[in-house]
Design a protein around this ligand. Structure first.
Ligand code: ADP
Length: 400
């Protein structure tokens, strides 16, 4: 079976085509700047040369059509016919309380996702655009939705409720939903495999730190708490997001600077985090380089980032009454030797014995960065959300 995985944003679209028979990625790529006359399509077929094309792509339906054309292209294609695609899996950011796992898309699923647009106004409409684009181009192929929030639906009420009047929950669905669930689930499963132990026995703290960042406490294979909240703004300090903040600061700042709701949202989501404190960049690579060159703002941004991550690791060890493994994933977690070192060398109280040499070896594969004698395992596991979506799609469609 061949499964196409789509991750649609409002003006972009990423794709990967999997051959489920041997877990192979046949091709991947992306379309950027959808809606513009100079949209960019990058197609990377396995064992063939990459194509980069600039053309007018005004909406997602055209973007998908161009992607399908590339997949069957005589030179750069990997399929003889589009009919070889058996199913399409879509990443959806918000599944609310309705979805605790992936589902085959039907009219009722579509309706529910439309209802949830309120909770993810920037993201869920894009998933629906992606779906409609696929349905227009491939009307007979089954579609599956995989939700970033689904894995966190196992959180107990004590972890997901906010201590505000409950009408906000009952009437407006205000609660913690979390995000990056597909990645945290992948990390949890891979950790159990790597350690050769049943996941039911393990207490894992999964640190997905990329541009967006979240930590999840996984107890016995279930998410029991996660740092992102109703939206991806809560929790860790991120590239451009503030993370945790006294809520009173928001109303205070709005009053002092005469900010509208949308300006306040933009300040917290797009102009905060590493970018605001370093005054240099939201990219950890650039912040680290500036810090190493002696820049004080970059140093402060780095220190705050590390301090907040260590606090969450401590909190989740307390939440689970212990921890067997701490795992790093995503752009910063997989690549930044200095971030991992700064976090882990100060977790001795938990029983972490960090191995600086192992920390420095290679990237792109699962590895242990704690010493063999460490009471708590520390691992790096490159995440693979697309593979999880393909696997769920394959399983659901095979059962149909
Ligand atoms: P997204 O949340 O957009 O999916 P990623 O998981 O791809 O993000 O992470 C992107 C971030 O990873 C970049 O902004 C950059 O800060 C960080 N990153 C990538 N490579 C490195 C590296 N070698 N050292 C430090 N940070 C890195």
């Amino acid at each position: 079976m061949k499964v196409l995985v789509i991750n649609a944003g409002s003006s972009s679209l990423k794709y990967q085509l999997f051959n489920m028979a041997n877990n192979d990625v046949l091709a991947k790529g992306r379309v950027e700047r959808i809606g513009m006359d100079s949209a960019i399509l990058v197609h990377e077929p396995k064992d063939k040369e990459e194509i980069k094309e600039v053309s007018e792509i005004l909406e997602h339906t055209t973007a998908i059509r161009k992607v399908l054309d590339k997949l069957v292209d005589k030179q750069q294609g990997v399929l003889v016919s589009i009919d070889e695609i058996d199913a399409v899996g879509h990443r959806v950011v918000h599944g609310g309380e309705a979805f605790s796992g992936s589902v085959i898309v039907d009219d009722s699923v579509k309706k529910e996702i439309t209802r949830l647009i309120d909770l993810a106004p920037l993201h869920n409409p894009a998933a629906l655009l992606g779906l409609s684009a696929v349905q227009t181009n491939m009307p007979n192929v089954p579609n599956v939705f995989t939700f970033d929030t689904a894995f966190h639906q196992t959180m107990p009420k004590s972890a997901y409720m906010y201590a505000i009047p409950t009408i906000f929950y009952t009437k407006h669905k205000v609660r913690r939903y979390g995000a990056h669930g597909t990645s945290h689930l992948y990390v949890g499963e891979r950790t159990a495999e790597f350690l050769g132990r049943p996941i039911e026995e393990l207490k894992i703290i999964s640190c997905h730190i990329g541009n967006g960042a979240s930590v999840t406490a996984i107890d016995g294979g279930k998410s029991v708490d996660t740092s992102m909240g109703m939206t991806p703004l809560e929790g860790l300090m991120m590239g451009t997001r503030s993370g945790d903040i006294d809520p009173a600061v928001v109303t205070y700042a709005m009053g002092k600077e005469d900010l509208t709701v949308s300006e306040a949202n933009s300040m917290l989501n797009k102009h905060s985090g590493l970018l605001a404190i370093s005054k240099i960049s939201s990219d950890m690579r650039e912040v680290t380089e500036a810090m190493e060159a002696g820049d004080q703002n970059a140093q402060l941004a780095f220190d705050m980032y590390i301090y907040r991550l260590r606090k969450y690791i401590g909190a989740y060890a307390a939440a689970m009454d212990g921890v067997d493994a701490i795992v790093f994933t995503a752009g910063v977690g997989e690549n930044s030797v200095v971030v991992r070192e700064a976090v882990c060398t100060k977790l001795n109280f938990l029983g972490v014995e960090f191995d600086s040499e192992r920390n420095k070896t290679g990237r792109g594969f699962d590895k242990r960065i704690s010493k063999d004698t460490s009471k708590v395992e520390v691992l790096v596991i490159p995440t693979n959300e697309e593979w999880m979506i393909a696997r769920d799609t394959f399983e659901l469609v095979s059962k149909k």
